[in-house]
Structures are given as C-alpha cells and as structure tokens.
Design a protein around this ligand. Structure first.
Ligand code: C2E
Ligand code: CA
Ligand code: CA
Ligand code: CA
Length: 279
C-alpha cells in the first residue's frame, strides 16, 4: 500500500536484496532499535458505549527506523518474536505503559486502566509474572489498572502452562483479555477454562457488520457468549455510528476504534482525557 507507514520497507524488496538478507538486516536493526530510542508507544482509548467515557487505553508499539521510516507492528513483531528481541521490547512497552497510566491517574485524569499486548513468546517466558510485578512496583500502578491482551492461538499453544500463568496474574488483580476473539477456531469450548475477564471482538467482524451475513452472526454469538460467561466484551475497530449502535443494542459495553479516537501520542491522549467524553 502506497503511502502507508512502512511501505518503504516493503517496496525495498523486489530484486534489491534477497528475502533472507533483508530479514538478517531487520534482525540486526531490531537489536539496536531499543537502545537507540527508535520505539514509541502510542495509545488508543477504549470507551464506555453508554456514556462515551474513556475507561482504558491500549498501548500500541511504533518503530521509527532511521532509514526506512515508520514500520508497522504487523511487520516487525513477528520478526522480533522469531529472534527473541520481543522479550526486551515487550518489557519496554509494559514499563512505559504502566508509568504513563500511573502518571494520568496521579494527574487526576480518572481511574483509568491501561491495556498492553503480550506476545505469545512473553506468555511462555518463565519469569513473566515477575516482570509484570516489577513493572507494577516500579511505576506504582495498581495491578487492577493493568490489562494484558493475549491471543486465542497463543493461549491454545500450551493450555496447561497458560492457565497457570494466567491464574497467577489474575490472583495479583491484573485483568486479562483475549484479543482478536473470533478469529481462532477450536477455542470456544476451552474458553471457560482460562481465567480471563474480557473478550475483544475482532475488528474484521465489526467492520463487516453492515454487510450483514456471517459477521452479524459471529459478533452476536461472541456477545452472547461473553454475557453468559460473565465477561466484558470490547468491540475493536468501531468506525461508524451504525456499528456502535448495533453493538450497544446487543449488550456490548465497550468499544475502541477510529469513530472515537485513533492511536495517538501520550500527550494527545492526555488532552482527550482532560476533555472527557468522546463522541
Ligand atoms: P491489535 O492488538 O488487534 O490492535 C488493534 C489494531 O487495530 C491496531 O493496529 C490499531 O491501530 C488498529 N485499529 C484501531 N482502531 C481501528 C479502526 O477503527 N479501524 C481499523 N481498521 N483499525 C483500527 P496496529 O497499531 O497497527 O497494531 C497491529 C497489531 O500489532 C496489534 O493488533 C497487535 O497484535 C500488534 N501489536 C501492537 N503493539 C504491540 C505490542 O506492544 N506488543 C505486541 N506483542 N504486539 C503489538
Ligand atoms: Ca490488542
Ligand atoms: Ca485485536
Ligand atoms: Ca491483531
């Protein structure tokens, strides 16, 4: 896609370097990116669908490469997972998000929560719980103000271990969300075994709501499932008023998407928080 962040990286490919050389180069650049301050965390509000108040902010990672410009997370995170740099990068995001959220809370901007995406590699890292505890202690953020987002496929990789880790985090008070819900396949029956408290309805279903058909059926089923299991449901990728109305009418309590706010810098979010209610 021309003009989108990171497109220069993708355009670099044809005939210039082999795929392998390019990946080796990205590995090398990822090793240094953290030390060189090339990662930035932006935040996207999650709002209460009844009153438009911001209840939480999701931390989303951005990489500004000195030569290639902005590289989207969908491009570099899989590589960081493959080469192990995701551990240090994930720790950076976790600590930055906890500090930022605690700053907002202390500034009197509300009893906000912050949501952090956790890679499957981090989930199965032996000292994950210690790292989460350390980030909370260093920032002073209460555990109940942190939400960790995990993917369905990640949870399914090793259910026994995942359940144990999740139980420890829940016992501390940390919130746990299943991200991109509805995109995995076999997990519905297993869902209630995991001590999670929130489902994030994947944006592909929200985006297709107006087209009718399968998306409506799946979104409706996910909302009913969340209700019957006593879980919060956050709809992702809400872009239109009609989508928000459809979701609200079916009991969805929270939403996130361009209709309300794009992911943006902490400073820009602070202005939104100070202004209060979003559309
Ligand atoms: P995700 O966790 O599902 O994040 C939601 C994505 O949807 C974000 O893309 C966000 O910018 C985008 N989005 C939000 N509202 C809308 C909307 O109304 N319409 C549309 N079309 N898109 C919307 P982003 O920031 O490019 O992140 C992509 C993925 O990269 C994330 O998907 C997440 O899986 C991963 N990611 C981002 N930051 C991190 C991180 O710190 N750690 C890990 N492990 N993964 C991350
Ligand atoms: Ca997420
Ligand atoms: Ca998602
Ligand atoms: Ca995703």
């Amino acid at each position: 896609a021309k003009g989108t962040p990171g497109s220069r990286w993708l355009q670099f490919e044809p005939g210039m370097l082999s795929r392998h050389t390019r990946l080796v180069e990205m590995d090398h650049d990822l090793e240094r990116a953290l030390d060189q301050g090339q990662f930035h965390v932006v935040y996207q509000p999650q709002v209460d669908l009844e009153d438009g108040r911001i209840v939480s902010l999701e931390a989303l990672l951005r990489w500004h490469h000195p030569q290639r410009g902005w590289i989207p997370p969908d491009v570099f995170i899989p590589r960081a997972e493959a080469n192990g740099t995701i551990i240090a990068i994930g720790d950076f995001v976790l600590n930055a998000a906890c500090r930022q959220a605690q700053h907002w809370r202390q500034a009197g901007l509300g009893g906000l929560a912050v949501a952090v995406n956790l890679s499957t590699v981090q989930l199965y890292q032996a000292d994950l719980v210690d790292r989460v505890r350390a980030a909370l202690e260093a920032s002073g953020l209460p555990a109940t103000a942190l939400e960790l987002e995990l993917t369905e496929t990640g949870l399914m990789e090793d259910m026994g271990t995942a359940c144990q880790v999740l139980a420890q985090l829940r016992a501390m008070g940390v919130g746990l969300s299943v991200d991109d819900f509805g995109t995995g396949h076999s997990s519905l029956a297993y869902l209630r075994r995991f001590p999670v408290n929130c489902l994030k309805l994947d944006k592909r279903f929200v985006g297709d709501l107006e087209a009718g058909g399968d998306a409506e059926v799946i979104a409706g089923a996910v909302l009913a499932l969340a209700q019957s299991l006593g879980l919060t449901c956050v709809a992702e990728g809400v872009e239109t008023r009609a989508q928000a109305d459809w979701l609200r009418a079916r009991g969805c309590r929270q939403a996130q998407g361009y209709l309300y706010a794009r992911p943006q810098s902490a400073e820009a979010c602070e202005r939104l928080l100070a202004a209060g209610i979003l559309p």
